[in-house]
Write a protein that binds this ligand. Structure first.
Ligand code: ZN
Length: 85
């Protein structure tokens, strides 16, 4: 996989994989070396890391909702017949 754009900055896909910890070590080292010197790519990597963090939180909430008590969605669904009558 290509890590760098023609402009010399890190491409978005390797940044995402790096944030997920799925980048091969040799590529991860190249990305980290670039992030140390490049504010632009560092900001981008922080943005991606925050995005992944939010996705994980949402996934956890959905699981908790299914596993234990009924969530708001099923609550509003059970009130639906009243509103229709
Ligand atoms: Zn850069």
């Amino acid at each position: 996989m290509r890590i760098f754009q023609e402009s010399g900055h890190v491409r978005e896909e390797p940044l995402e994989l790096h944030a997920l910890g799925d980048l091969p070590v040799s590529s991860a080292l190249a990305v980290e070396r670039h992030l140390k010197d490049c504010q632009r790519c560092k900001r981008e990597s922080i943005r991606i890391a925050e995005f992944i963090h939010i996705l994980r939180l949402l996934a956890m909430q959905t699981q908790a909702c299914d596993a234990t008590t009924p969530c708001e969605t099923s609550g509003s669904r059970s009130r639906l017949p009243d509103r229709l009558m």
